[in-house]
Design a protein around this ligand. Sequence first.
Ligand SMILES: Cc1cc2nc3c(=O)[nH]c(=O)nc-3n(C[C@H](O)[C@H](O)[C@H](O)COP(=O)(O)OP(=O)(O)OC[C@H]3O[C@@H](n4cnc5c(N)ncnc54)[C@H](O)[C@@H]3O)c2cc1C
Length: 553
Amino acid sequence: MPPSNRPIHARPQAMRNFRNEMRSATMSELTMPVAASPGRLDEAIAAFSRAIGPEHVHTDDATLAEFSDPYSPSSWDDYRPPVVLQPATVEEIQAIVRIANEYTVSLWTNSQGRNNAYGGSSPRMPGTVVVNLRRMNRVLEVNDELGYVVVEPGVSFNDLYAYVREHGHDVWIDVPDLGWGSVLGNTMDHGFGYTRYGDHAAAQCGMEVVLANGELLRTGLGALGAGDGWHVSKRGFGPSADGIFMQSNFGIVTKIGLWVMRRPDFYIYGFITVPQPDDIAALVEALRPLLLDGTIPNQPEVFNDFAALAEGAKKADVWPNPGRVPAEVLDGFRKKSGAGAWNLRFALYGREEIVDVNLAAVRSAIAHIPGSTVNGQKLRGDDREAIEALGQPGQVQAGVPSMSFLSVMDWVGAKKPGHVCLSSIAPLRGADVLKIRDIVRDACAEYGYDYGTGITLSPRHLTHISTLFYDAEDPVAVRSAYDFCREVIVKAREAGFAEYRAHIDFMDHVADQFDWNNHALLRFNETLKDALDPNGILAPGKSGIWPKRLRVK
Ligand SMILES: Cc1cc2nc3c(=O)[nH]c(=O)nc-3n(C[C@H](O)[C@H](O)[C@H](O)COP(=O)(O)OP(=O)(O)OC[C@H]3O[C@@H](n4cnc5c(N)ncnc54)[C@H](O)[C@@H]3O)c2cc1C
């Protein structure tokens, strides 16, 4: 149990008082999840075994460890599930849901379950059973004509890429920095990649969901039950339901459609550097018009010098002393490597004459920043070998998955390295990027963390993601990183910035920041939760949404 993280299933408005009252309470004195009752769980496990086969019901230590947060200490049991279920069909999921209702057992669904830096596969609440959907791994459709794919939950980005290549399809999928995550799971947590369709939640179209009562729902045009328009138009008739199943606990999603790019004739892998830390403001101002008018069609990502240094290096080799990497070491790295204070990758796609003109437009937009550089490497869209040889930053903008970015974990030099992310959204303006940069950078300096950041740009907003590295077997280091995040989240909120995604440890805290009109949004979510899942079996606590039976009145 992490020391200052007792489960508190309180409404946010009551949360602070409740926390004070309960400061010295032990876990057993708090609201005890019904799901943790061992008798009920044993009966449920027997029923799960009958429903999906005992070989797919895992209670052994190795599997439970595999499906726990890989970036927290092995000694912590809060986030370790008691059982992992791996169903293979929609019908098996429906059976699991019915059993969970019967025994009031809580379920936490993931797809690949690699939500690392946000809790991995771990459930939010102790005693919650993990339902992992890796075995449901069929690519159901790749449509070249209309540019979409349809996948089951277990399909990873690596799987989808291999399928597209093997079957000779003419589309480029979108991938995040690591290829092992699931297309569906990443989309459910509002994850993103780096092509034209990098915003996965925005690219998602048409969904199939098992509801908490076991019923099967199809959204949008899927509800028509006729024709094949399910994945081409987001709107059906009436309210659009898809969004409420993301970052929520209202259903188990079993299929999604996702829009993908047609293969472009040409791809330019572009790279910009700017020399000064404050140049990030001018860079953002210069690129916003090009993002808004579609000259730059993808989601560029800009890394600071520390992030560039940490990728593929070990701290012990760079700065073999305790504490932060000093400014002079970063200066030396920039001089030696040619890196800037900020380093941005971007993509241009299309016919040759168009990408050439667009690259010239990027060059001219950046030219006024002293010491800036712009490089563009032009490749034919059908030259997969050349694209695959680009290295990770160039590859992912062309939808080619990679695992090489995982080398960033070597930085700490620990046997079990870990990190947690602070992931703040701000308007895409120079003044705002400086504001969020200053909040996080200054807090890092105060608390002794290196300021390592990647910022993803969309036409209207940016996502400022800072990475806090630690030795994951050091409970004090991990707890300190969580506490640091909590504090900075409040500072960011005071400046008007929100987290787009959160580690399970501080999901309630993030939900607590969204308090307009006495938490009207959270109360709306709770109303939906109580209506859709009256027994409160699905993912208690996801995004701060607790079912009635676990809420403190
Ligand atoms: C070095 C590094 C780099 C990373 N880079 C990126 C990046 O570029 N972009 C990015 O987005 N992330 C990134 N991440 C974060 C994370 O690893 C990925 O987002 C990853 O894809 C998430 O894991 P997953 O796809 O297996 O999702 P899962 O773990 O399967 O699911 C994530 C969450 O979605 C919900 N969910 C999943 N499946 C279902 C379902 N069937 N029904 C209902 N809800 C469901 C659950 O709440 C679950 O916890 C990075 C992490 C690391 C460590």
